[in-house]
Write a protein that binds this ligand. Structure first.
Ligand code: ADP
Ligand code: MG
Length: 858
């Protein structure tokens, strides 16, 4: 026999089999059965048991209700989904068992708890839907109200998901595609969520519109399906509370440069350094934003470089105008510093998850927005350059005044005593507060009055939660107790009394108190509704401020680090004078970073072969080129003395030597797969950065592949794009003799009295020594090894004098071009028939077919 509570639990649990169910019982959240085991394991709390029915002992684990946020954050970070079941009737008044209901399902993508959220990042929930290799993608951040959708083909979907770095990805259950989502937390949802007619209805109903045309997605069914599924999912999780989303934006990934994971990792955009954290990333150098929404905007700009010169010029001119006016820049930054997270606050207000202090902060922040607008307005030239941002700043004076007239200065976090509402705002409330004061003064003077009346000097008036106000008389004076005192409690040395008059006053106070709370709540609620009615204006202001903050940050960083404004062009060139690596220069000792020049163009020096000793700065040089190009394409100044950047459609990078052990593939296999992908996707407007290709295999194989890749990029009419190739194969420098647009660069090394000094100075030409042995010496390899190594090196050099000079004008004698066939063959060879799963096999096959199709194109 189950107890009624157990029956109730089982019924609710049945509807939440995929979630961990937190069952509110009094002051605790309890879990039972396997949920209890899981909870106790994950949170390291005691697992006990409780009898819930005759002879039935159920495993149980729980925690006090006020610790919810702490434990929630731990559970969420471990990827659990949690259903929170509350008591929905008052235990004091309900007959029989308290009614209970799940009020919220918390998942990584739908949290709103401030303590769990990262201020400087969006918390995206993404949903994807695939049909015939085309994807619909939709994402929402319910803490900022951003909701957007797009359609993309399979080659772009992964980098778009990576860019968003969502905390949860929704996918249709039981679907097979070759998208690797293993680094994300995915949630499988049923097919119904993606039904097209339902999705259309879902969106129309939600936004109360008749057609999807205003959102621009009416002809994008997959985008609609992804968006519909997200709305449905969020609504399910948030139960009846409102989802704070005001519009759906349709965007096109075509307008942005694809920044794939590989390139973003290799160029260390968001994370970098040995420990791969944010500290050593490009973002950390660029981020001197002052507001959370500014920090989020800068991140977005970095993840979505632009392809359009006009848009970029707008950003660059804005950065320049603030760069030139120190006074306005500094003052603006100072004002921005006092602006809070308007975007998240207004969303909190719209869902009723707020408090008086936060609302007051909103008013203050909006005031600061007006102030910064005035500051920028001081210089008409600057205002003009920034007008694309400034005109989006709405006039919020009215709402500021409303808030300021309603909420008192320094308001409390709660609404309990009415002090959150400014005096004079509501006569009714003021009267109640006055009455409450008067009633309370009856008690504050009671002690004095009663002492005089009874002549008991030690008589005391006190208050406790059980009896309310009482009068206490020590036993010695008990005979003086007046007639009208009613005994309430006996203590060791005293008795406690009340009087009828006291009771009357007390209930009056309680009454008034209740009225005060009700009225304060009403006033506050009305105020929140008023604020929510101008949510669009406030969001627009917040968006403008986030852009202004980003521009200010970019100009401040440019000043501090001596960056310059790049010249943008559509020509396929890259001319950089005195270019530096923005991150490496920060950590170079004594700021001794050696600047270097670069001159790349599709028509002349198109492919640079960069050779030089280990540790001389090759990787730094080729990566800085990528980073400078990227900076220019987000509208930032760049670390150089001058730079002409011909916009690139994508930056491809392949940096050798990382073992991708997690994938279980050999280094060389990964290297070849990534390289194949580059060769398949690059166009003649791309920038390709290859670092030590071919290292993962034997010398001759490696060399052969490296050379044929270089030839392929040079000769293929679809490519012929700007390429930097750092390599330790000196033999590759011979390529310049028979490939017209190949140029050799090397790192200058000064040799003095047998000592070698790396100057980190890139010059035209070739070096023929690798200085590997020299590096070994520097690293402290035992002394006797060094001369022997030189000896062996000499022998080897004599034996294997690999020279291409004899073949320079006979391309047919070159090493064979690497074809897809070679890759396909090596892929096939790497497959272990005994270990591959059917799904992996299908995916592999799909990849191979794609590769072979590419081969036919060439
Ligand atoms: N231009 C430069 N100026 C100063 N130091 C540099 C420069 N380029 C590289 N370095 C330093 O040399 C180290 C090795 O550079 P790296 O590019 O990794 O060399 P390589 O790829 O040739 O082995 C870097 O970590 C950096 O500290
Ligand atoms: Mg290197």
């Amino acid at each position: 026999m189950h107890t009624p509570a157990r029956l109730q639990y089982l019924k609710i649990k049945k509807q939440h089999e995929n979630e961990l169910l937190l069952f509110r019982m009094g002051d605790f959240y309890e879990t039972f059965d396997s949920d209890a085991e899981l909870l106790s394991h994950e949170l390291d709390i005691a697992l006990t048991s409780r009898e819930m029915g005759k002879g039935e002992k159920i495993p149980l684990a729980g925690f006090p209700y006020h610790s919810l946020e702490t434990y929630l954050s731990k559970l969420i970070s471990k990827g659990h989904h949690i259903a929170i079941c509350e008591q929905t009737s008052d235990p004091a008044t309900s007959k029989g068992i308290v009614s209970r209901e799940v009020v919220r399902i918390v998942t990584p993508g739908t949290i709103i708890e401030e303590s769990i959220l990262d201020k400087k990042s969006n918390n995206y929930l993404v949903s994807i839907f695939e049909e015939n290799n085309l994807f619909g993608l939709s994402y929402v951040d319910i803490t900022t109200g951003e909701f957007a959708t797009t359609q993309l083909n399979s080659s772009k979907i992964h980098s778009e998901i990576s860019r968003l770095n969502p905390s949860e990805v929704l996918i249709q259950e039981k679907t097979v595609n070759n998208l690797d989502l293993s680094t994300f937390k995915t949630t499988e949802i049923s097919k119904d969520y993606y039904s097209l007619p339902h999705s259309i209805e879902e969106i129309k109903n939600y936004f109360k519109i008749k057609s999807l045309e205003p959102f621009g997605c009416e002809n994008l069914p997959l985008a609609i399906q992804a968006s519909g599924s997200i709305l449905k999912y969020v609504k399910r999780n948030r139960k009846n509370s409102i989802v704070p989303v005001t519009k759906l934006t349709t965007y096109s990934a075509e307008n942005f440069m694809i920044l794939d994971k590989q390139t973003s990792n290799n160029l260390e955009i968001f994370r970098g350094g040995r420990d791969n954290n944010q500290k050593h990333s490009l973002l950390s150098v660029l981020d001197s934003t002052k507001t959370p929404m500014g920090a989020r905007m800068l991140k977005r700009w970095l993840g979505q470089p632009l392809l359009n010169i006009d848009q970029l010029e707008k950003r660059l001119d804005s950065v320049e105008s603030l760069f030139q006016n120190t006074q306005i820049r500094s003052k603006s930054i100072q004002i921005l510093n006092s602006i809070s997270d308007i975007e998240r606050i207004i969303n909190n207000i719209s869902i009723g998850n707020t408090n008086p202090r936060e609302v007051f902060t909103l008013a203050n922040s909006l005031e600061q927005c007006e102030k910064v607008q005035k500051e920028i307005n001081k210089d008409q030239k600057i205002y003009q350059k920034l007008s694309w941002i400034m005109k989006k700043l709405s006039n919020n004076t009215k709402i500021i005044n409303i808030i300021k007239s309603a909420i008192s200065e320094n308001p409390p976090l709660t609404l309990i005593d009415g002090s959150a509402i400014k005096k004079g705002f509501s006569i009714e409330l003021d009267t109640l507060i006055e009455k409450s004061k008067q009633s309370k003064s009856y008690f504050s003077s009671l002690e004095k009055r009663e002492r005089e009346r009874t002549q008991i000097k030690s008589l005391k008036v006190g208050y406790n939660k059980v009896f309310g106000y009482y009068i206490e008389i020590r036993n010695a004076n008990l005979e003086k107790t007046p007639e009208n005192y009613i005994r309430r409690q006996t203590l060791v040395g005293a008795e406690r009394f009340i009087t009828n008059e006291m009771k009357t006053h007390e209930s009056q106070i309680l009454n008034i108190q209740e009225n005060i709370v009700d009225l304060t709540n009403q006033i506050f609620h009305d105020l929140c509704v008023k604020i929510t009615s101008v949510i669009e204006e406030i969001l627009s202001t917040s968006n403008a401020i986030s852009k202004l903050d980003t521009i200010c940050s970019l100009s401040q960083v440019a000043i501090e680090n001596q960056y310059i404004k790049p010249v943008l062009t559509k020509k396929n060139v890259l001319e950089i004078n005195d270019g530096r690596h923005p991150v490496v220069e920060q950590i170079a000792p004594d700021k001794m970073f050696i600047p270097n020049n670069l001159n790349l163009s599709n028509s002349k020096d198109q492919l640079i072969i960069l050779t030089g000793p280990n540790m001389s700065g090759k990787s730094t040089y080729i990566r800085q080129t990528g980073v400078i190009t990227l900076l220019a394409q987000i509208g930032s100044f760049v670390p150089a003395s001058s730079a002409t950047i011909g916009l690139v459609d994508r930056i491809f990078t392949r940096v050798g030597l990382q073992d991708d052990l997690s994938l279980g593939q050999s280094t060389f296999m990964v290297e070849m797969l990534e390289t194949a992908s580059i060769l398949n996707h690059a166009t003649n407007k791309s920038l390709i950065i290859l670092d030590e290709i071919g290292r993962g295999t034997s010398t001759y194989d490696g060399l052969a592949i490296a050379q044929s890749i270089a030839e392929f990029i040079h000769n293929n009419s679809k490519l012929g794009c700007r390429t930097l190739f750092a390599t330790h194969y000196h033999e590759l420098t011979e390529l310049s003799k028979f490939l017209k647009r190949v140029a050799n660069y090397t790192v200058d090394v000064s040799e003095k009295d047998g000592e070698i000094i790396f100057l980190h100075n890139i010059i035209k030409g070739t070096s023929n020594k690798s200085y590997g042995i020299h590096v070994a010496k520097l690293a402290g390899i035992p002394k006797q090894i060094i001369p022997r190594a030189y000896e062996i090196l000499n022998e080897l050099e004599q034996q294997t004098n690999f020279k291409n000079t004899d073949q320079k004008s006979k391309p047919e004698k070159q090493l064979p071009l690497i074809t897809q066939n070679t890759i396909i063959k090596s892929k096939l060879n790497s497959i272990d028939i005994n270990k591959i799963t059917p799904i992996e096999a299908i995916n592999e096959l799909a990849n191979l077919i794609k590769l072979s199709e590419k081969d036919n194109d060439v």
